[in-house]
Design a protein around this ligand. Structure first.
Ligand SMILES: [Zn+2]
Length: 321
């Protein structure tokens, strides 16, 4: 049994490292090779944070005999926040308006494209996760670690990942429709200026935990922390038809100011996002208690758990003494 577990763990590690390259644009009909596309704006945002070509982000550490854990590590700028979900042609075509003249926060098209990036990244991540989880489950059955044709926790986990990927795919198709038909106003945005220098970046899509009364499905929102022309801002995006849901989920953040607003945003990012990056010059000044509490808060919420802690050290915008 121990040998079977070791073999399954080895195959799982290989599967997790295997790239999943697929251009998700235009009805999934594109057969070009995917590139490493940035989910966070490279010019402007990432370049304002990185040091010697690196940023800091949480990385999963897996070993055979210890539970999975996360560690904040230096990551190359060209590997951070990238995903292999667009080919070079479609990445360039789709986001040309952002890359040509810089980001215009007054443009519905620009704000739409920024949130579209988060949708594509999440669609790619959830598809890969569903495939990895299902294959690992099947290998566990082959090795006799899980029962066949009988419900068990790994099988249910694989099913949950597939449902999650399907829900995000519905959003991706909705965004693609809005992109092709130029109905950018279907997505609404709230941009707030943060009371902090550029030090943190993220562009993520996540469930608000508000459930639709019509479909029984979770409502999704997007958030982005960015730097543009010296400003450090945070954007929240949502379907125009779901404005009330966004207010229900985020009004406490919209109404807060200064340090407390940054604190709420820190906790939201740690709870909901996995592709955020920090400036190395900021992170190196975090004390060991702050690193421990931030890492713990992230780890204990990453799989949809509901964990909270009011420690002031759970803060991403500056060192907390
Ligand atoms: Zn393509």
């Amino acid at each position: 049994m121990e040998k079977a577990r070791n073999r399954t763990f080895g195959k799982m590690m290989k599967q997790l490292q295997r790239p999943y390259s697929l251009c998700l644009y235009d009805g999934l009909g594109c057969e070009n090779d995917a590139i490493r596309a940035h989910s966070v704006q490279n010019a402007g945002t990432l370049e304002s944070l990185c040091k010697d070509g690196h940023v800091v982000m949480p990385q999963l550490v897996l070993t055979r005999h210890e539970p999975p854990r996360f560690e904040f590590q230096l990551v190359g700028r060209n590997n951070a926040t990238t995903f292999t979900g667009l080919c070079a042609d479609h990445d360039a075509d789709l986001f040309r308006p952002l890359d040509t003249n810089g980001i215009d926060l007054g443009s519905d098209e620009h704000l739409f494209l920024l949130s579209y990036r988060a949708v594509l990244k999440e669609a790619h991540t959830t598809r890969k996760s569903a495939i990895d989880t299902q294959l690992t489950y099947q290998r566990g059955i082959e090795e006799g670690l899980h029962p066949k044709d009988v419900p068990c926790a790994p099988g249910e986990q694989a099913m949950e990942q597939m449902i999650s990927a399907w829900l995000i795919e519905l959003c991706r198709a909705r965004y693609e429709h809005a992109s092709i038909n130029c109905t950018h106003k279907d997505i609404k945005h709230r941009v707030i200026e943060l009371d902090a220098p550029p030090c943190l970046a993220v562009n993520s899509m996540f469930s608000t935990e508000v459930i639709s009364e019509e479909t029984g499905q979770p409502k999704f929102c997007h958030t982005e922390c960015f730097s543009a022309r010296g400003m450090h801002g945070c954007r929240f995006s949502y379907y125009a038809s779901e404005r009330n849901c966004a207010i229900q989920a985020f009004d406490h953040i919209f109404n807060a100011t200064g340090h407390y607003q940054n604190y709420l945003i820190s906790k939201l990012i740690l709870k909901k996002c996995e592709n955020f990056v920090l400036a190395p010059d900021l992170f190196k000044n975090f004390g060991s208690k702050q690193v421990e509490l931030v890492t713990n808060y992230f780890e204990r919420n990453i799989c949809g758990q509901v964990y909270d802690n009011d420690a002031p050290e759970i803060y991403l915008f500056e060192p907390v003494a």
